[in-house]
Design a protein around this ligand. Sequence first.
Ligand code: EPZ
Length: 427
Amino acid sequence: MDYIEIEGGARLEGDITVSGAKNAALPLLATALLATGESTFTNLPDLVDVRTMGKLLAHIGCDVGGTEAGLAVPAGARRISIKPPVSEPKGAPYELVKTMRASVLVLGPLLARYGYARVSLPGGCAIGARPIDQHLKGLKLMGAEVVLEHGYVECKAKRLRGAMILLDMPTVTGCENLMMAAALADGVTVLENAAREPEIAELAMVLNKMGARIQGAGTAVIRIEGVEKLHPIEHAILPDRIEAGTFLVAGALTRGDLFVRGARAEHLDAVLAKLRRAGATLDVEPEGIRVRADKRPLPLDITTQPHPGFPTDMQAQFMVLTCLTEGQSVIKEAIFENRFMHVSELSRMGASIKTDGRVAIVKGVGSLSGAEVMATDLRASASLVIAGMVAEGTTTVRRVYHLDRGYEHIENKLQNVGATIRRKHGG
Ligand code: EPZ
C-alpha cells in the first residue's frame, strides 16, 4: 500500500491550483442519467471516488468515455462523457456501493428516468452511520414504492409526482437525490429545510441548463417543477471549496505566503472568518485567495454546522491548526457522530487533545513531532499531511488511499509550493 513521507519545517510559498469539486462531480455525473443523450463534464478531478462513479455508470449501462484516468492533462482539461442507456438500466451493486456511499446518488435519477431503481444500501462508513432515510422518505412522498431487502433498496414508480417534502435535517445528498428525482416528476415538488451547500446550487444550475425548472437552490426552500424530459449538456465543474480550505490552512500553519488559485470566498465565508480569527492574513482576488501568516495561530472555538455554517469537512484540518496555538480551543462536531479519529493520531505527534463525545478540547503545544500515523478517513488524512508539514522531523502517513478519494495528486501540488513530501509504494 502507498504511504506518504513528509519532512516538517517547510513554508508553503507560491501558487497552488484547486481541482474540480469532488462533492459537485459526484451528483453531476449522476444527472447524466436524466438526459436524452450524451453529457460532458470538464474540469473533472482525477479522484478515486470520481472513477468509482464512472465505473458505476458504466455498470448501469451508460457509455462512459473521456480522459484516461491517471493521464497527466493541463488543469481543467480532464473530461468525462456519459450517455445513458435507452432502457433497462442495471442497478448499483454492493461491490461498488460499499466503496463509495455517494453511489446512492444514482437512485433518484434512475427512478425518475426509468421508473425503477435497485441500489445497494450504502451502509455506514468510518465517520458515522450515514443513513438514507430522508432520501427514501422523499421518494415515497413522490409516490415511489420502496422496498428494502437483502441489503438493497428497490424503488418503483410509473411516474413520480410532485410533493411537499419537509426534511428532518438539511441532508446534502438527500436534497441532490430528491432534486434529480423531482426534475422529471409530474407536478411541483418543494423541499423544505433543504441543504444550502454550493454544490446544491451548482446541481440546480446544471439541471436548469438541461431544461429543468428549479428555483431557490442555495436557500432552505427549493421548488422543482417537473418537466417531461431533460437534454444533455456540457459543463465545467466548480472548484473544490474543501480542497481550497485545506490549502489555506496549510499555508497559514506553515507561516507561508500561498496563492490558492480557484478558491472562491463566497463558498468559504465561515472558513475565512476562522482563519482571520486565528491571525492569518487573507487577500481575496478574482482568481483565488492569498493566505499569509507569520506567527503562532490564536485559539478558536468551532462548531460544525450545515452550510453556510462551519463545514464538517474542514474540522480535522482546523484541529491541527488549534494544536499549535498559545491557548485552549473547543471544537464541536455537530454533524457526524464519529469524526474525531484523527485525534489519536495527532496525539501521537504530541498534540494535547481531550475528547468527550462530539466535543474536543485542544490545548496548544509549542510543536508537534513527526511520527508514523494512520489515515482513517478522507479529511483526517488531509489533517495528518498538514501536521506532518509543520512537525519536527519525519512523518509517515499510511493508508493514503483515503487521501486519494478526495485530493488530486496532493503530494505533487504541495511539493510545487515548497513542501518536502513524497509518495512511496509498498511498506
Ligand atoms: C455530504 O455527505 C458530503 N458528501 C460529505 O462530504 C459532507 O461531510 C456532508 O455532506 C455534510 O456536509 C458528498 O457530498 C458526496 P448529509 P452526505 O446527508 O450527503 C444525517 C467528504 O469528506 N442524515 O448532509 O452523506 C447524516 O447521518 C464527505 O467529502 C440522516 O440522518 O451528508 C449526518 O449526520 C464526508 N438521514 C447528517 O444528516 C439521511 O437520510 C448530514 O448528512 C441523510 C443524512
